[in-house]
Structures are given as structure tokens and as C-alpha cells.
Design a protein around this ligand. Structure first.
Ligand SMILES: NC(=O)c1ccc[n+]([C@@H]2O[C@H](COP(=O)([O-])OP(=O)(O)OC[C@H]3O[C@@H](n4cnc5c(N)ncnc54)[C@H](OP(=O)(O)O)[C@@H]3O)[C@@H](O)[C@H]2O)c1
Length: 249
């Protein structure tokens, strides 16, 4: 196992990529604290699944855009798990609209969650990882942060911001034995896509770009995150790893 005895915190573990990541980290031996915002019963069920694997697990409610809630979650995770070595900043949202119609609220909310939310958690773990001279921070960004997407100026800006954040943080924490990397998914089939009326159209458009000709699954992300969170990737930092089947080359 890659992560035996390690303790991980995954934001947005109640759905999609965050769930697959929480379960994969646990399969690799980690104890996991996962957060949720609205899907409490799902989050508790995934924590139960992790406990059935013989690991410690807890599910904690929070809005990642709140600095004080992030502070409380990290404190709880450290106390309940007995320490913390891995942070996966994953929870995120989109609220699309073309720039000439986008409201201030649409802009602010996406930046507050997708950009400030990652800072909020990182700010809490950075001193811990620095002092213990060990830690892994994984930031889930998007290929749309690299190339921009029509109708997503707010989302693309937030995800591009995470790439700059990752690189600056890697420079600050590298001397303390902390690896910081970003993972950039292409289209991944999560609940939002499965339930969308435009599912087939979205998949057709993505398939025209995806050179591997398959739709990405949450597990495809989880496997890469688990590797980057392990010491197998000890010499990798400040990187942005695309997991997109070649959707954006
Ligand atoms: N799926 C894709 O195609 C794709 C592509 C590129 C990048 N990404 C990125 O990958 C990450 C995960 O995406 P996903 O598709 O797995 O998303 P998802 O299925 O919509 O799940 C989002 C998760 O984030 C939580 N969340 C949302 N807003 C929150 C907030 N303000 N505070 C706390 N938690 C919040 C949700 O909690 P509740 O469910 O409990 O409310 C849920 O657990 C995101 O950062 C997303 O931008 C996804």
C-alpha cells in the first residue's frame, strides 16, 4: 500500500472525484477526513465504507469559502485522525454565463469557493506540514484553467488562479519537505453530467477532442492523486498533471 498510516483530508468528498479520491486513499492505507456541504448521508456512508476497510474516517460539514469553518475542520481532522500529512483541495463549483451577462454574485461566488476555498484549507495545513517537515498538497484544477472555456470566465479564472497558487506554494514549502501539485481533469463523468439533460451533447463535444476516445471517470483522477500523495512521487512538485485522455494537448 502506498499510503499506510498516513492521514488525509479531502474537501468535497460527498460526490464525484472527491468520493473516488477518498476511497482510493483509504484503499492505499490512509485514514480519511472528508468534507461535505449538502450531501450528508452520502458523506457518512462513504466514511462508513472507509471504516469497513479498517481505517479511521470522519465526514465533516463545511462551506470551504469560510475561513473559520476551514480552521475548525482541520483542527477536528488532526485531533480525530491523530495528525495530517495529505490535503486534497477538491471541492468546487461552476456557475456559468457569458461575461456580458454574468452577475457580480456569479463572479464572486465562484472565486470565493474555487480560489479562496483552497487558500482557506492550505492556510491551516501549511504551518503543520512546515513544522513536521512533511506533507502533500494536491489541488484539483481543470483543463479549462489552462485553456479557458466559453461561458466560464469566472470558473476558468479561478482554476487558472489555482495553478499560480500551486506553483508559488511549491516554492514556499519545498524547502520543508512538502510537495504541492495540481491535477487538471478534462471531462469527468460525475453526477452533474449524468443528470444533465445535455449529457449526450456534452459527451459528443468532448469526445471530438479526447484522443483516447473514452469518457473520464472519477477513479481516473483518484489513481493519479493517490500516486502524487505518495512517496513514489517524492521528486514531483509545482506540476500541473492533466488527466483528460488527451482532451487538451
Ligand atoms: N467533473 C468534471 O468534469 C471536472 C472537470 C474539471 C475539473 N473538475 C473539478 O474537480 C473538482 C470536483 O468536481 P466534481 O465533478 O467531482 O464535482 P461534484 O460532483 O459536483 O462534487 C462537488 C463536491 O464539492 C462539494 N462542494 C461544492 N461547493 C462547496 C462549498 N462551497 N463548500 C464545501 N463543499 C462544496 C460538494 O458537496 P455536497 O455535494 O455535499 O454539496 C461535493 O462534494 C472540482 O474542483 C471541479 O471544478 C471537475
Amino acid at each position: 500500500m502506498l499510503l499506510e498510516g498516513k492521514n488525509a483530508l479531502v474537501t468535497g468528498g460527498s460526490q464525484g472525484i472527491g468520493t473516488a479520491t477518498s476511497l482510493e486513499l483509504a484503499r492505499e492505507g490512509a485514514n480519511v477526513c472528508l468534507t461535505y456541504r449538502s450531501h450528508e448521508s452520502e458523506a457518512q456512508q462513504y466514511a462508513d465504507e472507509i471504516r469497513e476497510m479498517g481505517r479511521k474516517a470522519l465526514a465533516v460539514k463545511c462551506d470551504i469559502s469560510s475561513f473559520s469553518e476551514a480552521e475548525a475542520v482541520v483542527k477536528t481532522a488532526v485531533e480525530e485522525l491523530g495528525g495530517l500529512e495529505i490535503l486534497v483541495n477538491n471541492a468546487g463549483m461552476n456557475w456559468d454565463g457569458v461575461s456580458w451577462k454574468m452577475t457580480e454574485e456569479q463572479w464572486d461566488r465562484v472565486i470565493e469557493v474555487n480560489l479562496k476555498g483552497y487558500f482557506n484549507f492550505t492556510r491551516q495545513v501549511a504551518p503543520i506540514f512546515k513544522d513536521q517537515k512533511y506533507g502533500k498538497i494536491l489541488n484539483i484544477t481543470s483543463i479549462n484553467g489552462l485553456r479557458g472555456k466559453f461561458g466560464q470566465t469566472n470558473y476558468s479564472a479561478s482554476k487558472a488562479g489555482i495553478i499560480g497558487f500551486t506553483k508559488a506554494l511549491a516554492k514556499e514549502l519545498g524547502g520543508f519537505g512538502v510537495n504541492v501539485n495540481a491535477v487538471a481533469p478534462g471531462l469527468i463523468e460525475t453526477a452533474m453530467l449524468k443528470e444533465s439533460e445535455a449529457r449526450d451533447k456534452i459527451i459528443d463535444m468532448a469526445m471530438a477532442e479526447i484522443v483516447l476516445k473514452r469518457v473520464g471517470q472519477p477513479e481516473d483522477l483518484a489513481n493519479v492523486v493517490a500516486f502524487l500523495a505518495s512517496d513514489k512521487a517524492r521528486h514531483v512538485t509545482g506540476e500541473v498533471i492533466k488527466v483528460d485522455g488527451g482532451q487538451y494537448i
